[in-house]
Design a binder for this molecule. Structure first.
Ligand SMILES: [Zn+2]
Length: 167
């Protein structure tokens, strides 16, 4: 197994879980496989294989070749590892994470939040206004939440992620 492939397998497992790691390892071994072949070889249900393959594709860890089955008239997808270096994958991942955190920060800054002192559930303004500022689960009066700690943490995480460069 080349170093690049090893890194891909580790990344796949870390980001998308155990099934993803096993799919990548299988693809390293056989080079190319359809979802059905992967399902049979790994003993994992085809629906799960397809879902994880799509996740891996979105992370750009795998790619596919589409072949029309002349007899059946539908397409077969042959999956294999990406040719891109993992740095490209990591960079893409980093960029997406920053985007998600920034959206989250924007949301935190433009909304006020409340929490239930007895069951600890957190609510946005819209969720509790209809309920007269009482917890919908236990009926306790809600208290306003100071959001500065959350935004501070988000800002720190964004700064950290923006300072990393993978390529
Ligand atoms: Zn409650």
């Amino acid at each position: 197994m080349s170093e690049k492939d090893q890194v891909l397998a580790i990344l796949a497992r870390k980001i998308h879980g155990e099934v993803a790691g096993r799919i990548i390892e299988r693809l390293i071994k056989v080079g190319e496989a359809t979802d059905e072949q992967l399902s049979q070889a790994l003993g994992i249900e085809i629906g799960t294989i397809r879902r994880v393959l799509n996740e891996l594709y979105e992370s750009r860890l795998v790619k596919y070749r589409r072949v029309r089955d002349e007899e059946q008239g539908w397409y077969l997808y042959y999956w294999r590892l990406t040719d891109e270096y993992p740095t490209r994958v990591l960079e893409e991942r980093r960029r997406k994470a920053v985007e998600v955190l920034k959206r989250r920060l924007e949301f935190e800054k433009s909304n006020s939040f409340f929490y239930c002192p007895s069951c600890g559930t957190r609510f946005s303004f819209d969720e509790v206004a209809d309920n007269m500022f009482r917890c919908p689960y236990c009926g306790t009066d809600l208290e306003a939440l100071d959001g500065s700690l959350v935004t501070e943490k988000l800002e720190k995480a964004i700064k950290l992620l923006e300072s990393i460069k993978f390529e």
